[in-house]
Design a binder for this molecule. Structure first.
Ligand SMILES: C[S@@+](CC[C@H](N)C(=O)[O-])C[C@H]1O[C@@H](n2cnc3c(N)ncnc32)[C@H](O)[C@@H]1O
Length: 307
């Protein structure tokens, strides 16, 4: 197990919109290393803030147990997916945070199979108690499911070659280990001139998103999060992927009574305004944050207030 830490992204920006110093009850749907949760509890301590947190990764539980020791009954933890947010008993909340994606704990733990740089069984599940590992997904998925993972979720421009290579490698054992899988992808698509990232980066991202049903989780959780907000409560979502951000943007537009996209032909009075945007454009990390934490590079924050 790696000793790496997770550096919370868009940290001050997120705390500014959630404003825990004003007091109230909060929900962190993506506890991870607890960086955002800790700050909410500490900055809201004088105002008696309480916080419920969720994480689908069983490895988050020992970190949550330490929190329970420090913060007592101001802290509650739920070890399941945020699509089950409606089961959290402490609702409604003054602020809800979703910082979606994977944590540095997960990326840096060699045994989890998220990284192509470290040899491991290609598992890539955030919740190792359910679903199927990536290695099994690659052996059994339909061509359409592989195309969705590599082309749509991974945004890999040479997705056809990657999908063909995966299908051709079935039954050979080459899809089981991260480094072999990465070598297979690299051997088919090579490095693109001028592109710094490893040739397997996008495919690994797409496979991870598919294996964890990350977009389905987000679509299911957003309306539940909105229902779990008090009037005046704030929903803040940090995403790392353009497809995630599109889902968040559509949902925010919908509840703010705005056209969800340019094809939305509903009249103004057919759209119900139940929230107002706090961030009119996404908030992005500063140059100094990116320099200090390169993993923050693609993060973006959107926030709204329920009215
Ligand atoms: C980017 S990290 C969050 C880091 C956290 N904000 C911090 O400061 O340490 C995302 C976390 O959310 C969890 N996660 C991702 N999708 C989830 C889901 N659908 N349900 C519950 N937890 C999820 C992951 O297991 C991971 O620990």
């Amino acid at each position: 197990m790696s000793e790496e830490k997770h550096i919370p992204v868009l940290f001050e920006e997120t705390l500014a919109v959630l404003a825990p110093e004003r007091g109230g009850s909060f929900l962190d749907c993506t506890f991870g290393g607890g960086g955002h949760s800790r700050a909410i509890l500490e900055r809201g301590a004088a105002a008696g803030v309480s916080l419920s947190a969720m994480d689908r990764d069983p490895a988050a539980l020992p970190r949550a147990e330490k929190f329970a020791e420090s913060f007592g009954d101001r802290f509650h933890f739920y070890g399941f997916c945020f699509s089950r947010l409606d089961e959290v008993k402490e609702a409604p909340f003054d602020g809800i945070l979703m910082d979606i994606g994977v944590s540095s704990f997960q990326l840096d733990d060699e045994s989890r199979g998220f990284s192509f740089r470290k040899e491991a069984f290609a598992d890539m599940r955030m919740d190792t108690r359910s679903g199927i590992p990536a290695a099994e997904f690659l052996e059994t998925a339909s061509r359409e499911e592989l195309v969705e993972a590599i082309r749509d979720f991974g945004e890999e421009p040479r997705w056809r070659s990657v999908v063909d290579a995966i299908i051709a490698a079935r039954g050979t054992g080459k899809l089981s280990m991260t480094t072999e899988l990465a070598a297979l992808i690299e051997s088919k698509i090579g490095k693109r001139p001028g592109v710094k990232i490893h040739p397997a980066t996008r495919s690994f991202q797409g496979i991870r998103i598919a294996v964890n049903n990350e977009l389905g989780e987000l679509k299911s959780a957003l309306p539940k999060a909105f229902s779990a907000l008090k009037v005046g409560g704030v929903l803040a979502v940090i995403s790392f992927h353009s497809l995630e951000d599109r889902i968040v943007k559509r949902f925010f537009n919908e509840v703010c009574g705005r056209p969800v996209d340019r094809f939305d032909s509903r009249l103004q009075d057919e759209r119900i305004c139940r929230a107002e945007l706090i961030t009119h454009k996404t908030l992005r990390p500063s140059e100094s944050e990116i320099a200090a934490n390169p993993r923050s590079r693609s993060s973006r924050l959107r926030a709204l207030k329920k009215i």
